[in-house]
Design a protein around this ligand. Structure first.
Ligand code: ZN
Length: 64
């Protein structure tokens, strides 16, 4: 079952970004997934399958 990734949604990655942040915002969801680090603003693009493996959890809207 595919992970439910929504544009604008926030996810926690298994491995933190070099800046120390581990929360990313989804800025593109498709065959490729684009994520922007919430801490430093850096964007990364990954094939969807790889992105799904790298995500620890999808945050609920109220989570910080
Ligand atoms: Zn960062």
């Amino acid at each position: 079952m595919a992970m439910e990734l929504n544009l604008g949604g926030r996810v926690r990655m298994k491995k933190p970004h070099p800046c120390g942040g581990s929360i990313f915002v989804l800025t593109r969801v498709g065959m490729d997934v684009k994520l922007r680090c919430e801490t430093c603003g850096h964007e990364v693009e990954l094939p969807r399958a790889k992105a799904e493996r790298a995500i620890r959890s999808i945050l609920k809207e109220e989570e910080t």
